[in-house]
Design a protein around this ligand. Structure first.
Ligand SMILES: Nc1nc2c(ncn2[C@@H]2O[C@H](COP(=O)(O)OP(=O)(O)OP(=O)(O)O)[C@@H](O)[C@H]2O)c(=O)[nH]1
Ligand SMILES: [Mg+2]
Length: 334
């Protein structure tokens, strides 16, 4: 089995935050500058890139990736790149190198493994080795990587434990140091052996994707139910408001109707008052209408003439003139 393992190329994926030193580490492994690496505040590597080489006579294939977990890429882009980087190394990578800078430990560094597990599935931690870069800075400070880890907090130690305590340190500025590469390959080989010679397969990725899909669907379903509930609430609220409005309108209508009736009543009453007080003659005319030939008190009627004509009420004026006409008629008859 070991023979078979050494004859097939060792397939490596470099993962990590942008600027952590993935491309530089890829170049160190291959012993050639195949990947673009530079000090840039923005991410340098934009897409997965596959390069071949040899380490100690063993064929090696390295896939460099963009900062997949930096929030700079959309969910679809990350999925696409993850699928691509696993597919590029068909039947699958032997190792995920989680590249971390030896600097003050950031929350993102602690989150890195979680993100890999989320992206590639729980199984992926069996295939992960932490690769610290900037070994030169540690050396400059006279620190070993073990000192650095010993000083770190518990959550960072847990990250290393979760990766089966597998880690390695690179000084990417020391091109002559091939020992660091040989040691890394030995650590990868040990891990592969412990994994029964297997690699991380597309099937595992598909399982991880199915788990993500299921989670997404559950979230979507919950969201949909929430939206439906909100819609129902809104509909109910709207109906209640409409009912309330309808009720108010009915009340207003009744009120207006009552006011109108009241006004009519008052108008009629007022009019009748006017009629009686300022033109009682009209009543007499009415009597004449009902009982033709009744006696008329013409003098009284004439006395009212001035008050009726000065009244601005048109109806009253009309009645007055009718009165006068009839009055004359009655006079003639007398
Ligand atoms: N001192 C020191 N600097 C390093 C080391 N490794 C990488 N760097 C520097 O770190 C910077 C970023 O390195 P890259 O290899 O481009 O990082 P990356 O992870 O590929 O970055 P992206 O492609 O943007 O995701 C460069 O300026 C490198 O020279 C190292 O071991 N020591
Ligand atoms: Mg890069």
């Amino acid at each position: 089995e070991a023979g078979k393992q050494s004859s097939e190329p060792l397939r490596i994926v470099l993962l990590g935050k942008t600027g952590s030193g993935k491309s530089s580490s890829g170049n160190t492994i291959l012993g050639q500058k195949k990947f673009k690496a530079e000090n840039n505040p923005k991410s340098v590597t934009k897409h997965c890139q596959k390069e071949n080489g040899e380490v100690d006579g063993r064929p090696v294939v390295v896939v460099d990736t963009p900062g997949l977990f930096d929030n700079s890429l959309s969910h679809e882009e990350i999925n696409e790149e993850m699928l691509k980087c696993v597919s590029l190394l068909a039947p699958g990578p032997h190792v995920f190198l989680l590249v971390l800078k030896t600097e003050r430990i950031t929350p993102e560094q602690k989150e890195a493994l979680k993100l890999i597990k989320e992206g590639f599935g729980k199984n992926s931690e069996k295939f992960t080795i932490i690769l610290f870069t900037r070994g030169d800075s540690l050396e400059h400070e006279g620190q070993s990587i073990h000192d650095y880890i010993a000083k770190s907090d518990d959550s960072f130690k847990k990250l290393i434990d979760d990766c089966g305590k597998r880690f390695h340190v690179f000084d990417n500025y020391n091109k002559q140091n091939r020992k660091q590469v040989t040691e890394l390959i030995t650590k990868i080989n040990d891990m592969v052996k412990r994994n029964g010679g297997s690699c991380f397969t597309n099937k595992m990725l598909q399982e991880a994707e199915a788990a993500i899909q299921k989670k997404t669907e559950t979230i979507l379903k919950e969201k949909e139910e929430e939206i439906n509930r909100e819609m129902e609430d809104l509909k109910r609220q709207h109906e209640e408001e409409m009912q309330e409005m309808k009720k108010k309108m009915e009340e207003q209508k009744t009120e207006i109707e009552q006011e109108r009736k009241q006004r009519d009543k008052e108008l009629k009453k007022g009019f009748a008052d006017d009629l009686i007080s300022s033109c009682w003659c009209c009543s007499l005319i009415n009597i004449i209408n009902v009982v033709p030939g009744s006696t008329l008190q013409v003098t009284n009627h004439l006395l009212l003439t001035s008050s009726a004509t000065s009244n601005k009420n048109k109806r009253l004026k009309k009645i007055y003139f009718t009165c006068e006409k009839r009055n004359r008629l009655c006079k003639d008859n007398m």
